[in-house]
Design a protein around this ligand. Structure first.
Ligand code: ADP
Ligand code: MG
Ligand code: MG
Length: 672
């Protein structure tokens, strides 16, 4: 998307009339792409991370930390650098970073300038690139501003001042009791998206996260800060009429969710089959990584009883009508839909032989006509159902200009309109038309961490896991309803240590074989050689095992580190993979530290970010044990987070001893 690419977005009253038109052309566009590129082979591994930042402005005089609404001022400068580097590809000034706007007018998204390739060397550049990105963003900020990577801003939507500059909450798009529209990215797309979700739904979104009951939190907790008697918009009465639940933190606008920050990883697969396979396998890792990366325990100034942002975002863009939510009989709508557009995936899509139809055990809601159309045009049933499931949704933002006649063979905008507003745990990304990009998958569940080290560790862990999956033909299939149960589990406070997650008992193709003699011939390359890929077309040993016997509940420690008996643990698998590629000692050491970090998180030897934040608040001298995160506590929290991210604070409970280790390693490698 261009910075402020101009267009005229249609209000919902008009946009809804074009929903079928967009769907019709979207499907045509998908079919063109599919048929042109379904046999594309041997694309190399390319991958990239996305890091989302909040711009925090400190007000030292009033001891306040606020969100600075300067997205475009900062982004303009960052994109100037990017453009200059692009124009001058021969200079040594590499295109190291790429920047995009996000939903919040205080947010930035940074990615590597070009995707990483399949070499180990590039895997080792992730952390330094993230550091560089942060420095570059900081360069264009004011002296009192900092780029901070936190999943949710604790005092977003509180009474008092939490925005720089301050605005009163009386915007037409959100109609929120708590946040002004100025908090939304001003590009017309975003306020329109916000308003159209509200209009389609027939009310404001209503997000209720359970309050964390501390010693002095009133029971029941009835939030005294909700302006229940305001009378500015018709929707104002919703809070008093039951939308704001007792014992919950009530939020009524899209920014509470879409204004959260996450860490996403996109991979290019060698062909469409590999992409479909990675999609399925990583879907099962989604909830595990959500729990491990949990970093969002505070909403609208209160400690909540959940650790993750996911359900908040799901609620924040839930455009389903009452009929679609099953609260009224179907009259004007076509489907009762079990989930928000932002949620976990509902079906597996791989045709791999380890897949069994029974794993797709959710009653998939999909557009039967679209599915038939896709199948009549040569798409297999699994993929057809996946696309027909995405296409139960209406397009939310339609630009008037996009309705002009165009050739569906060369564009994908109508397909992308629906695809990119299905925000699920995984995204299966077809290549854009007329590009040399391959079939990709995006891993989307992780929360952002405070430091670049932690974000690099999680990113590298996921990349290496995909290498192990492909090298050893790992099979993580469990019924998809169990993956949904895991998603619920992942939200619970301290889920990493106190909850168990469904996981497959035997992740190997055959019952008794652990690793085969896979060896990567190319020293410095983590692209998987075609001849080494396990395509799982062999006969299965475990056909006789019933599905229920294939999985059990495990702790995250066991899933990541193994149970010391039958289950090897994901890190053991990755270590085996690393041993098979003849990696040099320094690289092995750095990657080993990332893996050790993940290992320690899973064991509880270091805390999740959510736990650390919760403890910070609860041990703050001004905390009244009443769940309230005051302006001053928030200020101190943001100051401490800034120090941690700069390496100026000792927090072994969050980072272990890795800071010290990396310093030693740096001296060792570079001989300085
Ligand atoms: P989205 O906006 O859908 O999340 P983007 O196009 O912004 O996706 O890219 C997301 C990530 O994908 C970035 O980290 C980028 O570096 C990476 N990326 C770009 N091109 C490719 C590719 N061909 N294969 C894999 N990853 C890619
Ligand atoms: Mg983003
Ligand atoms: Mg993304």
């Amino acid at each position: 998307m261009g910075l402020l690419s101009l267009g005229t977005p249609l209000p919902w009253e008009e946009a809804k009339n074009y929903a079928d038109y967009i769907r019709h052309h979207g499907i045509k566009q998908f079919l063109w792409i599919y048929h042109k590129l379904k046999d594309k082979q041997n694309d190399c591994l390319l991958w990239g991370d996305e890091v989302e930042y909040m711009v925090i402005a400190f007000d030292e005089e009033n001891k306040n930390a606020k969100l600075s609404l300067r997205l475009y001022e900062i982004l303009n400068e960052l994109q100037k650098e990017e453009e200059a580097a692009l124009k001058n590809p021969n200079s040594d000034k590499m295109v190291k970073t790429s920047w995009k706007p996000e939903y919040g007018a205080y947010m930035l998204e940074g990615t590597p300038g070009v995707p990483y390739g399949g070499t180990l060397k590039e895997l080792l550049q992730v952390e330094s690139n993230m550091k560089y990105r942060r420095q570059l963003a900081a360069k264009y900020m004011k002296p009192n501003e900092v780029p901070i990577t936190i999943a949710s801003f604790p005092r977003l939507g509180c009474q008092g001042q939490f925005l720089e500059p301050h605005y009163e909450p009386k915007g037409e798009a959100s109609r929120s009791l708590f946040v002004p529209d100025e908090i939304i990215n001003p590009h017309a797309r975003f306020p329109t998206l916000t308003a159209n979700i509200r209009k389609r739904r027939g009310s404001k979104v209503a997000i209720n996260m359970p309050i964390f009951h501390d010693i002095k939190t009133p029971k029941p907790f009835i939030d005294p800060t909700i302006p229940r008697n305001r009378n500015l918009f018709p929707e104002d009465k919703e809070a008093a009429e039951g939308m704001a639940l007792p014992d919950h933190i009530y939020m009524d606008a899209m920014v509470f969710g879409m204004g959260c920050c996450c860490l996403q990883i996109t991979f290019q697969a060698c062909n469409i089959e590999e992409a479909r396979r990675l999609y399925d396998q990583l879907a099962n890792i989604g909830p595990i990584m959500l729990a491990l990366s949990a970093a969002a325990p505070i909403y609208r100034g209160y400690l909540s009883d959940v650790d993750c942002r996911w359900n908040v975002i799901a609620g924040s863009v839930d455009d389903r009508t009452k009929e679609e939510r099953g609260l009224e009989p179907l009259k004007n709508n076509r489907f009762v839909i079990n989930k928000s557009r932002y949620d976990s995936i509902d079906c597996y899509i791989s045709t791999d032989k380890t897949f069994k139809p029974e794993y797709n055990d959710l009653d998939l809601v999909y557009d039967k006509e679209i599915c038939k159309n896709l199948m009549d045009n040569g798409i297999d049933e699994l993929l057809a159902r996946h696309v027909a499931h995405l296409f139960i949704r209406d397009p939310l933002v339609i630009f008037k200009e996009s309705l002009e006649e165009q050739n569906d063979e060369n564009v994908s905008d109508h397909f992308e309109n629906i695809q990119s507003t299905n925000w699920q745990t995984m995204r299966f990304k077809p290549p854009p038309p007329n590009s040399n990009i391959g079939w990709r998958v995006e891993f989307r569940s992780m929360e952002i961490q405070i430091t670049d080290f932690e974000n690099a560790a999680f990113a590298v862990f996921i990349v290496l896991l995909t290498r192990a999956i492909l090298s050893y033909g790992l099979n993580f299939y469990i019924p998809i309803s169990k993956v949904d149960e895991n998603m619920k589990m992942a939200h619970r406070r301290d889920a990493v240590l106190s909850e168990k997650f469904w996981f497959r008992k035997n992740v190997f193709e055959k019952n008794n074989i652990m690793y085969d003699d896979y060896v990567n011939v190319d020293n410095d390359n983590i692209s998987i050689q075609q001849q080494n890929v396990h395509n799982n077309n062999n006969s299965l040993d475990n056909k006789s095992i019933s599905i229920e016997d294939e999985y059990e509940q495990m702790s995250i420690d066991n899933i990541i580190n193994g149970d010391g008996d039958k289950f090897p643990g994901l890190i053991t698998l990755i270590n085996h993979y690393l041993e098979s590629i003849n990696i040099d000692i320094e690289s092995r050491c750095i990657l080993g530290k990332y893996l050790e970090f993940v290992k320690k998180k899973a064991k509880g030897e270091i805390q999740t970010t959510a736990k650390w934040i919760r403890e910070f608040v609860r041990s703050h001298p001004k905390y009244q044990q009443d769940s309230v995160v005051t302006q001053e506590i928030n200020y101190d929290l943001m100051k401490t987070i800034e120090k941690i991210q700069k390496g100026e604070a000792e927090t072994p409970e969050l980072l272990g001893n890795f800071k010290y280790f990396r310093y030693i390693l740096y001296i060792y490698i570079y001989n300085i």
